[in-house]
Write a protein that binds this ligand. Structure first.
Ligand SMILES: [Zn+2]
Length: 337
């Protein structure tokens, strides 16, 4: 199967239709990454299936503006695929993880960052990850860590060195921890792994920045555009159903799974994404919804697109929100000008 990324493919993606779906707008803003996700899942599906590709294609193809009945705030809700290598889902997940972990990490007594890795080798990725996870669990149970660490959250990352043709798996952990002697950590890490002395620990000056950077790995453990396509199947199978982040001790209370907001019944549909975007230049209500969303101002409760929805629905095949929807965190992700 030819999965080369041609300039022509990207240019085609960049031409937006008159009634763009939310998905088309996002793809248009990140054409290279969006195309790579599609090609990645085409390889994962193989020649006789389109299961992953269908799920990916449906991601955010339908989205709706919703208004909170008390505050008047407008947000976007959409149907999302939650596939690990979907670029849009992983961007959303990074934002979710950052907002979920920040209340804990910004208040810890001593924010610190620990990074561990294995000695570089030609061992298959799957086995290297198993070994790294096992060693990291043992390290957390060593006296030096048990005594000093009050709590932590770990993230997995893998890069690939094209020159040496080796995978480089790492674990980064944000900690609330007292001072730990580096020499002691290093000798423990060496005795656990049998061959690796690569372990770093440092104080964190800006918890939000460090967290946001590391939360990216909880979303996608590797940037697929930087990995040769011939290795994507190995990457896919090594991470299939594998946890890539976790918490322990005082950070255990943090939920790393997004859930529907508690007040979800207070949010009401005011118009489909395509309808509002297509009509915002010519329709006062569409313009008001769009402005309320982009500027973060409350929307008057009588404003919605119900008067035109039925008509426009026929053109853009947009249906009302299904029972399962999720809030979009994407406000700073794409410019809608
Ligand atoms: Zn997705």
């Amino acid at each position: 199967m030819d999965v080369s990324t041609s300039v022509q493919d990207i240019e085609t993606t960049r031409r937006l239709p008159a009634f763009p779906s939310f998905r088309e707008v996002l793809d248009n803003a990140h054409p290279g990454e969006a195309l790579a996700s599609k090609q990645f899942y085409a390889l994962a599906d193989g020649d006789f299936s389109t299961t992953f590709q269908d799920r990916l294609l449906d991601c955010r193809s339908r989205a709706w503006f919703i208004r909170h009945e008390e505050t008047g705030h407008v947000r976007l809700a959409s149907k999302q695929c939650r596939l690990r290598w979907c670029f849009h889902c992983s961007e959303a997940r990074q934002q979710f993880i950052t907002s979920a972990v920040l209340p804990w990490f910004s208040k810890v007594k001593m924010p610190r960052l620990l990074t561990v890795t294995l000695k570089h080798s030609q061992v298959p990725l799957d086995e290297q990850i198993d070994h790294l996870y096992d060693c990291f669990r043992k390290l957390r149970n060593r006296k030096v860590c048990k005594d000093a660490i009050r709590g932590g959250i770990w993230f997995f990352q893998v890069t690939y060195n094209q020159k040496t043709e080796e995978w480089h798996p790492h674990i980064h952990a944000l900690l609330d921890a007292e001072f730990m002697l580096h020499a002691k950590l290093m000798s423990d890490w060496y005795s656990i792994t049998g061959d690796s002395t690569i372990i770093h620990i440092r104080n964190v000056d800006n918890p939000e920045k460090t967290l946001s950077h590391n939360a990216r790995y909880a979303a996608r453990p590797s940037a697929i555009l930087k990995i040769p396509k011939s290795l994507w199947p190995e990457l896919f199978s090594a991470f299939n159903k594998r946890r890539i982040c976790g918490t322990w001790k005082s950070a255990r209370k943090i939920s790393l799974r997004p859930s529907k907001p508690e007040d979800s019944e207070k949010w009401h549909d005011v118009g489909g994404f395509r309808t509002v975007i297509a009509m915002k230049e010519n329709d006062d209500n569409a313009q008001a919804i769009f402005e309320a969303w982009t500027l973060g101002i409350p929307l008057d409760e009588n404003i919605n697109m119900n008067n035109v929805m039925d008509e426009v629905d026929k053109i853009v095949e947009e249906s009302r929100p299904p029972p399962k929807w999720e809030l979009e965190p994407f406000l700073d992700y794409v410019e809608f000008k």
